[in-house]
Ligand binder design. Structure first.
Ligand code: HQG
Length: 180
């Protein structure tokens, strides 16, 4: 499978395992899992044939480890807009985390802090490089440093998804260090 195909399958899976399972007639369980067999049949039935070997490669090689395969089931590791409980335990965050965004959002972020927007949680990166990549999806990247230690002190909770993305419900403006 070439890079392009890998990306296409990853996008198709993201769409249906995070946002719109109903579109291909699948249902996610409470934890966001679906049987691999059911998923593959649904993909085929909707004109997007993927075999088990392709699926395993996407899970293994996806640069961001977007998916987890366990006991014949698959789910997205994070990024859902549909209601799922990933079953992640609260965890003490590192002192500083990062958020990649772009300039046109900064005024609103200064006012309201970081909101989850369409997702369940605000996504934070463990390092600046990752945050730059995330921000670049929206334009010229701007990296915000987040005072996670102080947030934790104030009782705000963090979780870490299986692929190392840090998740929290809201980042108040006081915890954000703006560049410049
Ligand atoms: C911005 C990708 C205005 C926020 C990435 C972001 C990540 C505000 C956008 C993962 C705001 C939401 C998540 C406020 C936040 N006013 N704008 N108060 N608060 N924003 O895509 O963090 O490819 O939902 O800065 O790599 O960009 O999906 O979040 O720009 O890991 O696997 O609103 O998605 O991974 O955008 O990205 P998103 P994100 P995947």
């Amino acid at each position: 499978m070439d890079e392009q195909r890998l990306k296409k399958v990853s996008k198709f899976l993201s769409r249906h395992l995070r946002h719109d399972p109903g579109r291909i007639g699948i249902t996610l369980d409470a934890g966001g899992w679906v049987d691999v067999e059911v998923l593959l049949a649904a993909c085929a039935a909707h004109g997007f044939a993927v075999d088990a070997a392709d699926l395993e490669r996407v899970v293994a090689e996806n640069d961001k480890r977007r998916f987890a395969l366990r006991e014949g089931r698959i789910r997205a590791n994070q990024g859902h807009t549909v209601e799922v409980d990933l079953g992640l335990e609260p965890l003490d965050p590192p002192a500083v985390l990062f958020h990649g965004t772009t300039g046109r959002f900064l005024d609103a972020i200064r006012e309201e802090g970081l909101k989850p927007m369409a997702r369940h949680d605000v996504h934070l990166s463990p390092d600046r490089e990752t945050a730059i990549r995330v921000g670049s999806r929206r334009g010229k990247p701007v990296v915000l440093a987040i005072d996670a230690a102080r947030m934790a002190e104030q009782g705000l909770r963090f979780r870490r998804s299986e692929n190392g993305v840090w998740l929290t419900g809201h980042v108040p403006a006081w915890a954000i260090m703006f560049p410049g």
